[in-house]
Write a protein that binds this ligand. Sequence first.
Ligand code: FE
Length: 166
Amino acid sequence: MSDDSPIIPISPEVPLEIAVPAMPDDDRVWVPQAEGVYFRPLLLNTVTGQWCNLLKVTRAGIVSRHRHPSVVLGYVVKGEWSYHEHDWVAREGSFVYEPPGEIHTLEVPEHCEEMITFFNITGAMIYVDDDGKQIGYEDTFTKLQLCRDHYAKNGLGADYVDQFVR
Ligand code: FE
């Protein structure tokens, strides 16, 4: 910024910006959520219920069958995956729009050793069985708690996740 740039007053209510490398140097930042499934928090919004994270899957096969009450946006950073219910494949560099209300089954193919995808989620992940009955859920608050518990145990400290909370 040059010296003659206008000074724009920022309201103290404006939350802090954030700029971090999405892919962490330190593996402890990845929070395990199931066997071979990890997430890396980037934004946990406690007002709107939105959260952003990287999802990393290091095994092939079905990851989960789920429904979203709200829109989900994704961008594939590495590897590939698909939904049983659709004939497209999300590959490195793919953008994915998931409409609210849809039920789908996330699967990583045999030949993919690791997939990493950025997801922007609002509302919840509602896990369902083959009949569409709810068997679990996640939201920004359950994600936040998983982060706190994991970071408290691995030395980063429970408050490491606070930088991502808005
Ligand atoms: Fe989904």
